[in-house]
Design a protein around this ligand. Structure first.
Ligand code: ZN
Length: 203
């Protein structure tokens, strides 16, 4: 068991665990990776468990002392969060509003994939018709030839030169005609990475 939870239980018994658990649930439920803590929050928790507000405050402070929440962020912003909470949120969430959290972001924004930091959706999710018109133009421009292996015809797809996950956009400049096989193999590699990958496989 996590030594910090053990310390919390030794200091406050089940009440400590209950309060910590309650706050975790609120963090994930409301904002995903932090909770703004004010007097009404302390009152809500105390009321829910039939505890004294002072005790709830002591427990919250103690969680900071043992490192279950980040002490400095709590002192400065009255916000409850931690590195671990933010890491799991960034991992599970489809969208991480780093701008909104920038004051108390404890994890490196560079570690969060680009597409999770940007609300824009793929064109085919927003406007299917427009997407099909666009890829038709791409195929025509490329003479219906796979730009990676030179194969003509067959089932063609539009591939993102700069992968969408790395910030590439749904524009004619960023799309090339690709056969199904090349597109599957390229996945989210950049063109350079894909070339290297093919060389390493002697294709
Ligand atoms: Zn190909």
């Amino acid at each position: 068991m996590d030594i910090r939870i053990k310390r919390l239980k030794n200091a406050f018994g089940c009440s400590g665990i209950a309060v910590y658990d309650y706050i975790l649930c609120e963090i994930y439920r409301v904002k995903g990776c932090f909770l703004v803590w004010d007097e009404s929050s302390a009152f809500d928790v105390a009321d829910y468990f039939g505890l004294k507000e002072n005790l709830v405050m002591e427990i919250v402070n103690y969680c900071g002392v043992v490192g279950l929440f980040d002490k400095d962020i709590f002192r400065q912003y009255k916000v409850l969060t931690s590195v671990e909470i933010q890491h799991s949120f960034a991992k599970l969430s489809m969208f991480v509003p780093v701008e909104e959290y920038k004051n108390f972001l404890l994890i490196d924004a560079g570690d969060i994939p680009f597409y999770k930091k940007n609300k824009k959706a793929r064109l085919f999710q927003r406007n299917v018709k427009k997407w099909y018109r666009l890829i038709k133009e791409v195929f025509k421009r490329d003479n219906y030839i796979c730009q990676y292996c030179g194969k003509a015809g067959g089932k063609l797809e539009a591939d993102h030169v700069i992968p969408f996950s790395k910030g590439g956009e749904d524009t004619i400049e960023n799309l090339v005609t690709s056969c199904r096989k090349c597109n599957r193999q390229k996945r989210d590699k950049t063109v350079e990475e894909f070339k290297q990958w093919r060389l390493s496989r002697n294709e």
